[in-house]
Design a protein around this ligand. Structure first.
Ligand code: ADP
Ligand code: TPW
Ligand code: MG
Length: 575
């Protein structure tokens, strides 16, 4: 009998359950352990009952952050992260995160309470009225509504399967307020629940696709492997390592694939990125898309040398999306790499030494060039000095999960901080969203039990800064470092047209560390790389919620970080 069922008066007596309990029982049956949420009508009681049932509920200050938490929980666990919100405004706040999860191929379910269907559909002005299902449909992988308590089991099963099977993504589940209180026979209710069997079935690649791909790879003179966050998501870390090492091919990790093999691995071409993209002749994509982050597979970045692309992806439609893929391999990465390894046999020739040596030389040159800049102890700090300190910390504490957002703060940290273990770098993803840091930091430690170091631009942090209260409330081992350069990109812009400040500058000399102190956490103001290093080490040793305001030179950054070229230019702009 579901907890909370009751007996109705009169004969014959029957055990009853209701929507509240059926939803909780269905989630628990499918191993949901955590819900990320913001309470309010109609889900306040639902969250109380969830807690009482043993589900952990993380209650946020804004649904968008709860949603980003659920999205990254999906990425880290291969199970849908669950976000719960109230109707219309709460739903809309969560929707950005749902769209983000879909764009990034993270499995997530946004469950929102909604108003009375009869009133919404006649547009009679119900409390928080909105046709949420219609709105959500355009922004996620699938969207469903449950109207009857007896359909809750099936509704949740469909949502889970839709989120994790094939290319993972966001799913919306609409639960009208009335559903929560709907009563039904407990036995029938129990029978209506579905435990999803094999929610993300293996997708085995066709043997001839594998052979075609290996033939192309074998014929390469200057091959390159690009690992994307799909490869991190797949959690087949040993297979990835075996395949890369057996092939002998240099590999380039996309930002959230860093650490799948350590950035210090002899085959890592991270520090020779422009060279390998330009000069390679065969490129094998593993769980990475040829989107804007890879200049769509063409143009200057890719040089003049003709290229052949091999692509492993679970989504058949991804093939040929930007350039011709001569060897598409459709399947899940685990099954694909298993097939590759067995088809490669016991002996596989490494690529020509001329190529691998050229990559190695370039990498060593670039690393050597960067090294002295990372050791500077300038005050005020520049990005390299501050990141040099954090780089050492991650080297010494490779289990720490690095969360990273900003413009310069992101682009430079991505290049400078080596990652040593899989799924230890979480960032802004495919859209380059600002405001994602605190939600990700919270879910990362909640889901993995590991400490988090969140390296945040001052602007990026501002989008979700109030969640430091959540971090303090749940006593999470999160150390937030704000790279405070007084603004977006730089703190030096001047508005010559009026007394208003320039749009990219913030209050100069702001003390973000005081925000953390306001909620009982540790706040530190760090003005040099040495101070920064000491403070972060202390935070990670103590596990106490900490925020370090790292005072950076306001002139240190550049506009839009490394993607300034994407800014449109006015033909009329005066020089
Ligand atoms: P990155 O930003 O790191 O380049 P993308 O998000 O662009 O990565 O690409 C991830 C790709 O991985 C998507 O095309 C997605 O379909 C694919 N993918 C996700 N999970 C799997 C999996 N288990 N097996 C195969 N491909 C996957
Ligand atoms: C949801 C546009 C890209 S980067 C950025 C903004 C506002 C902030 C950069 O400043 P920050 O970093 O964080 O201080 P730094 O080191 O360069 O000074 N709204 C959303 N997403 C994006 N990407 C933007 C706006 C943007
Ligand atoms: Mg800034």
């Amino acid at each position: 009998m579901a907890e909370g069922t009751s007996k109705q008066g009169g004969a014959p007596e029957q055990e009853l359950t209701d929507g509240f309990h059926l939803i909780i029982d269905a989630l628990k049956l499918n191993d949901v352990k955590t819900i990320y949420a913001v309470p309010g009508i109609p889900i306040t009681d639902f969250l109380r009952m969830s807690q009482a049932s043993g589900i952990r509920v993380l209650s946020f200050r804004h649904e968008q952050n709860a949603g980003y938490a659920a999205a990254i929980a999906g990425f880290l666990t291969k199970k849908p992260g669950i976000c719960l919100t109230v109707s219309a405004p709460g739903f809309l706040n969560g929707l950005t995160a749902l769209a983000h999860a879909t764009t990034n191929c993270y499995p997530m379910i946004l469950i929102s309470g909604s108003s009375e269907r009869e009133i919404v559909d006649l547009q009679q002005g119900d409390y928080e009225e909105m046709d949420q299902l219609a709105v959500a449909k355009t922004m996620c992988k699938a969207a469903y509504r449950v109207l009857h308590a007896a359909d809750i089991g099936i509704g949740i099963a469909r949502a889970i399967r839709s989120a994790v099977s094939g290319r993972p993504g966001g799913v919306y589940l609409d639960l009208p307020a009335k559903l929560f209180g709907q009563v039904m026979n407990a036995e029938a209710g129990k029978k209506s629940l579905v435990k999803v069997i094999d929610p993300a079935p293996a997708q085995i690649p066709a043997p001839d696709a594998v052979k075609r791909a290996l033939d192309v790879l074998k014929g390469a003179k200057r091959p390159l492997i690009i690992l994307g966050k799909g490869a991190s998501y797949a959690q087949v870390d040993d297979l990835v390592r075996q395949f890369v090492e057996k092939s002998g091919v240099p590999f380039l990790p996309m930002s959230m694939a860093k650490g799948l093999l350590p950035d210090t691995h002899p085959q890592c071409a991270g520090a020779a990125r422009s060279t390998v993209l330009k000069d390679s002749d065969v490129v094998m994509m593993i769980g990475a898309r040829l989107n804007w982050l890879l200049s769509h597979g063409k143009g200057k970045t890719w040089g003049d040398a003709p290229k052949k692309f091999i692509q492993i992806d679970i989504e058949p439609k991804e093939m040929d999306s930007n350039v011709e893929i001569v060897a598409p391999v459709v399947g899940d990465i685990g099954s694909c790499l298993t097939a590759f390894l067995s088809a490669m046999g016991s002996k596989w020739d490494a690529p020509p030494a001329e190529w691998t040596n050229a990559v190695k030389t370039k990498r060593e040159e670039n690393v050597a060039k960067m090294a002295p800049r990372l050791m500077n102890n300038n005050v005020p700090m520049d990005y390299h000095g501050a990141l040099g300190a954090l780089r050492t910390i991650i080297k010494e504490r490779p289990e720490t999960i690095l969360v990273n957002e900003g413009a310069n703060t992101l682009d430079l940290a991505r290049g400078i901080i080596d990652i040593y273990k899989p799924r230890k770098r979480l960032d802004v993803g495919t859209w380059g969203i600002m405001g994602i840091g605190m939600g990700q930091a919270i879910a990362a430690t909640v889901e993995t039990g590991k400490p988090v170091l969140a390296v945040e631009g001052d602007s990026a942090f501002g989008f979700s800064g109030m969640e430091v209260e959540t971090i303090c409330r749940y006593k999470l081992p999160v150390c937030v470092v704000i790279f405070n350069n007084n603004g977006i990109y730089r703190g030096t812009d001047v508005n010559k047209a009026s007394d208003d400040p320039a749009t990219t500058v913030f209050v100069a000399g702001a003390r973000y560390d005081k925000m953390m102190e306001a909620f009982g956490g540790v706040g530190i103001n760090a003005t040099s790389p040495d101070e920064l290093k000491r403070a972060v080490n202390e935070a990670l040793d103590s596990g106490k919620p900490t925020l370090i305001n790292a005072v950076l030179d306001p002139a240190a950054g550049s506009e839009s970080g490394r993607i300034g070229n994407l800014n449109p230019q006015s033909a009329l702009k005066k020089k």
